[in-house]
Design a protein around this ligand. Structure first.
Ligand SMILES: NC(=O)c1ccc[n+]([C@@H]2O[C@H](COP(=O)([O-])OP(=O)(O)OC[C@H]3O[C@@H](n4cnc5c(N)ncnc54)[C@H](OP(=O)(O)O)[C@@H]3O)[C@@H](O)[C@H]2O)c1
Length: 324
């Protein structure tokens, strides 16, 4: 099969399109012909090992010291089931599915395998493969952190810092679905765009520093990761929650101390890519409450350009790779 291998950590020149062995499935797995996948922040971060402060060593420990142990990246995809293991009961050959593989990666290939019990579900016919493939990474992160970890409720004031990227566009939409009043922070070029996603108020970060305003928020959802925790806490309401999805090791340690000794809560960690979470976010898209946002589509041959656009940290929503 054709696949994109990352042969070494570093620049996009290390991404090579190769003929690779087709994955062999176990009895509880399905094999999917990938028709659309994405390049996400998780892909360029692992390629470059550019991680939030203090996380580089951990990343090497997990993904490989000298080069990536799993050379095929891609955290999500949509496509067609072409083989099923003998104990698989919920999928059959020909089913169209959408899957989130997260840190197991594997989506940047012609075929990918996934466990039946993993984050894989049938794709609703109302979504294109490109739309379906672009939803899990941002959507599950927003849903897990806002609904299940921060427990956002109707009437909460939520601010999304980094509102125009993959996680940001999902966070605005999920927070609105939960009934929150949403302030979105993004660059000038994206002000009208994030308004169109339902943000009640938009702050252009090149003009206003939201932490210097007098506003207080029940939940601060920080996607950018470049602000000091103490600055952010100043903008929290009584018992407010600070969600740091790009936290470095210092912020994680600070969180432990602050959670013990203050009435604010700091939430870090990784999103839980489960079948339930995938079902919920894809269900919201199927019902029309949630929109897939795609900035640009690239053919597989242009994977390096796709990586560079995502690495710019200024894409709008998601970047899709199609037509394997
Ligand atoms: N914890 C988890 O489980 C988890 C899951 C998913 C992602 N993440 C992390 O979340 C982070 C964001 O991911 P993403 O895919 O949403 O990123 P992205 O698509 O690249 O979006 C980046 C956002 O940051 C904004 N931004 C860029 N430079 C900025 C600046 N100087 N000041 C303020 N805002 C700025 C961009 O706004 P403009 O383009 O409008 O300027 C955009 O809204 C990454 O670090 C990723 O590793 C963590």
């Amino acid at each position: 099969m054709r696949a994109v291998y990352c042969i070494q950590y570093g620049g996009v020149e290390n991404l090579k399109i190769v003929e690779a062995p087709t994955p062999v499935i176990m009895k509880n797995q399905i094999l999917v012909q990938v028709r659309a996948t994405t390049v996400q922040t998780a892909d360029w971060r692992i390629r470059t090992l550019e991680m939030p402060k203090g996380m580089r060593f951990m990343a090497k420990l997990f993904f490989g010291f000298r080069k990536p142990k799993q050379p095929i990246f891609g955290t999500e995809f949509a496509g067609t089931v072409v083989a099923v293991g003998e104990s698989v009961t919920h999928f059959k050959i020909g089913d169209e599915v959408v899957a989130a593989t997260g840190a197991k990666y594997g989506g940047h290939a012609e075929f990918a395998k996934v466990s039946e019990k993993g984050a894989v579900i049938k794709k609703p016919s109302s979504l294109t493969v490109q739309e379906a493939a672009s939803i899990p990474f941002g959507g599950i992160t927003a849903l897990d952190f806002l609904k299940y970890k921060a427990k956002v409720k109707s009437g909460d004031r939520v601010i999304v810092n980094g509102a125009s990227g993959s996680v940001g566009v999902a966070a605005i939409q999920v927070a609105k679905i939960l009934g929150a009043h949403v302030t979105a922070v993004c660059g000038s070029q994206n002000v009208e765009f994030v308004k169109s996603l339902g943000a009640d108020r938009v702050i252009d970060y090149s003009k206003t520093k939201f932490w210097e305003e007098n506003e207080k928020y029940n939940v601060i959802f920080d996607i950018v990761g470049d602000l000091k925790t103490t600055l952010l806490i100043n903008s929290l309401a009584e018992k407010g929650k600070l969600v740091l999805i790009a936290a470095g090791i210092n912020q994680m340690l600070e969180a432990v101390a602050k959670n013990l000794f203050s009435n604010h809560r700091i939430i870090c960690g990784v999103a839980n890519e489960s079948k339930e979470m995938l079902t919920e976010i894809i269900g919201l898209a199927e019902s029309g409450k949630y929109r897939a946002i795609i900035d640009k589509e690239f053919p597989l041959e242009e994977i390096a350009q796709a990586h560079l656009l995502v690495q710019s940290r200024h894409k709008r929503g998601n970047v899709v790779i199609r037509n394997f």
